[in-house]
Design a protein around this ligand. Structure first.
Ligand SMILES: CC(C)(COP(=O)(O)OP(=O)(O)OC[C@H]1O[C@@H](n2cnc3c(N)ncnc32)[C@H](O)[C@@H]1OP(=O)(O)O)[C@@H](O)C(=O)NCCC(=O)NCCS
Length: 201
């Protein structure tokens, strides 16, 4: 099944229907892998602004399956290191968790490829009113080239349904991550606080 892209700037190309992505057990790729649309020059939304010319290289996107979970576990491990998270899980444990998440857990993983090589992934869960983007990761040697921005553009314009609240959580110390989300239009809403065991009050 396919539908016409809502974004007329993308040239109304045919992309996979969101309903196919809704089924957590579905393991097919999201239709034929498609190229990112070119970014518009003017009048763009926050996640579409400010690209450099070398960011225009086409990428393709496909749905992650169980077969991708070893790689996704390794990338998740790098994400944990890069954002400074305390999670001590190994890549193998993360791969196992990823299998559960995209199996019965209701999450969708999307892999973004350049010339057949995975350069980024997104992991999200769609609820009735909200889309929670749990992971967004770009491999280290492809950062600051507009990949993350184009991922958000593809998610928002071609894959996610309109009209839902979009949420992410970011660690306070992850200043590049915070800068990225703000550049994508996300705004501060809540602040998590903690007292670590052994802290003197
Ligand atoms: C955060 C992340 C996904 C951004 O991806 P990216 O492809 O490097 O981002 P882009 O090149 O598309 O940047 C888009 C905009 O975000 C902002 N931005 C991105 N990285 C930034 C950084 N390190 N410092 C300041 N601003 C940054 C800028 O405004 C940038 O626009 P510009 O390049 O025109 O100035 C990537 O750095 C990453 O994978 N980091 C590790 C994992 C992580 O922290 N993920 C987010 C938390 S789950």
């Amino acid at each position: 099944m396919s539908y016409q892209s809502r974004d007329r700037r993308s040239g109304n190309r045919e992309v996979a229907a969101p309903s196919r992505l809704d089924a957590p057990e579905a393991e097919a790729s999201i239709g034929p892998a498609h190229e990112f649309p070119p970014l518009p020059g003017t009048g763009a939304a926050p996640w579409q602004r400010g690209r450099r010319p070398n960011a225009m290289k086409p990428l393709t996107v496909r749905r992650g399956t169980r077969a991708d979970c070893t790689l996704l576990g390794a990338l998740n491990h790098q994400l944990i290191q890069d954002e400074g998270h305390r999670n001590p899980m190994t890549p193998l444990e993360l791969a196992k968790r990823m299998r559960l998440w995209i199996g019965r857990g209701g999450y969708t993983a999307l892999l973004f490829e350049d010339g057949g090589k995975v350069v980024a992934y997104a992991l999200y869960r769609e609820g009735p009113d909200e889309i929670y983007l749990r992971h967004l990761f770009v491999v280290r040697d492809r950062r600051r080239q507009g990949v993350g921005r184009r991922m958000m553009q593809t998610l928002r314009d071609q894959i996610w349904p309109q009209g839902k609240r979009l949420t992410v959580e970011v660690l306070c110390q992850n200043t590049p991550g915070i800068a990225f989300w703000k550049a994508m239009g996300y705004q501060e809403y809540s602040l998590g606080l903690e007292i670590m065991p052994g802290t003197r009050l």
